[in-house]
Design a protein around this ligand. Structure first.
Ligand code: PLP
Length: 362
């Protein structure tokens, strides 16, 4: 019998995967790239030179250290992981989300998160075959709707709750007391995703010992090392030992181990860049706030969410693209984000260019 590739695919591929679309990333071309929460600053030349010297000593003919011991020591110190808590590394925190869900995907197990939030919680839940329960945030200020969350938790008994702190794409920090209530009500694991910790200055990491159902996730991506692909999970050894079982051996390559270790040992320049991004965020927020016909939400991260009152998000996004600037159009990604856009904080020059172009479009 002759069958087409399409027929074979439909017979063999899991239907929930076949129905998905691959994670799309816009091609930036020559545009000013303000769409992906990257640090806009390059490394100082002398740091780059020292980094290359360090990389010359890496033996790429050998497998990496599977436990990444030196890097872990450096990360514990840089991230303030409490003594007594363990650390697990992922190829980006995206991989850690996948490891957590692979381990918790018992038949019928569910994943819960407030929405809108980081898209990978739902996408990964789907591809490991777990049901995703989204609980809408308060649409005015994107605070947690605690009664609705507790009700959904009572109804669905999720194996895991994800809380991005600060949240992406809304930029706000949830109230600490709201998070505590959710942790106490949870029969499952609570993952606090602190991808934007560097810009927020708030964390649950020091409180890990208080709760036996909480792990904290961090990444070096938003800090300025997105190209290295390195995330970490901090928590009780017993939890991390389970997640470690589904980790592919050598998931953190030698160049990432050496590069991240080097960057963290010389992190002064990254801290300065972070401070500058925070200053620019506050300036850009003020700039956006003075524009008429624009709703702007305060941010504790390195991006700002806004909504033009009299223009469609697509018009603004296309107009900016014509002006040479790429930002993220969030329209249709969630009912609460109709006509919303998200701009990543760039260099002072990039932010001025963005603000100038935006003024003309709204
Ligand atoms: C960007 C982001 C991540 C992914 O980080 P990587 O380490 O680059 O995979 C995780 N969580 C949130 C909330 C993010 O915004």
């Amino acid at each position: 019998m002759v069958t087409t590739v399409q027929e074979k695919i439909e017979r063999l591929v899991r239907p929930e995967v076949h129905a998905m679309r691959a994670y799309g990333v816009a091609d930036p071309g020559d545009l000013i790239k303000l769409d992906a929460m990257e640090n806009p600053y390059p490394w100082p030349e002398e740091i780059k030179k020292a980094w290359l010297e360090r990389l010359l000593t890496v033996e790429v003919n050998r497998y990496p250290d599977p436990a990444a011991r030196h890097l872990k020591t450096r990360l514990r110190e840089a991230m303030g992981v409490p003594v007594g808590m363990e650390v697990l590394l992922g190829n980006g925190s995206d991989e850690l989300i996948q490891m957590i869900l692979l381990v918790l995907a018992r038949p019928g197990a569910k994943v819960l998160a407030p929405t809108p939030t980081f898209v990978m919680y739902e996408a990964t839940a789907r591809f490991v075959g777990m049901q995703f329960i989204g609980v809408p945030l308060n649409p005015r200020d994107f605070a947690l709707d605690v009664p609705a969350t507790l009700a959904a938790m009572a109804e669905h008994n999720p194996a895991v709750v994800f809380l991005a702190y600060p949240n992406n794409p809304t930029g706000n920090l949830f109230a600490q007391s709201d998070i505590e209530e959710i942790i106490r009500a949870s029969q499952g694991l609570v993952v606090i995703d602190e991808a934007y910790h560097a810009f927020a200055g708030r964390s649950f990491i020091a409180r890990l010992e208080e709760f036996d159902n909480v792990v904290v996730m961090r990444t070096v991506s938003k800090l300025g090392l997105a190209g290295l692909r390195l995330g970490l999970l901090a928590g009780e050894a017993a939890w991390l030992a389970e997640f470690d079982k589904v980790r592919l051996p050598y998931n953190i390559n030698s160049l990432t181990q050496a590069g991240a270790e080097f960057a963290l040992a010389n992190r002064g320049f990254l801290d300065e860049q972070t401070e500058s991004i925070c200053r620019e965020r506050d300036r850009l927020f003020d700039g956006l706030s003075t524009l008429p016909d624009l709703k702007v939400w305060p941010s504790r991260a390195n991006f700002i969410l806004f909504r033009p009152a009299r223009r469609k998000a697509a018009e603004v996004s296309d107009g900016l693209r014509k002006a040479g600037i790429l930002i993220k159009n969030l329209d249709k990604s969630d009912p609460a984000l109709t006509d919303c856009l998200r701009v990543t904080i760039g260099t002072p020059e990039e932010n001025v260019a963005f603000l100038g172009a935006l003024k003309k479009l709204i």
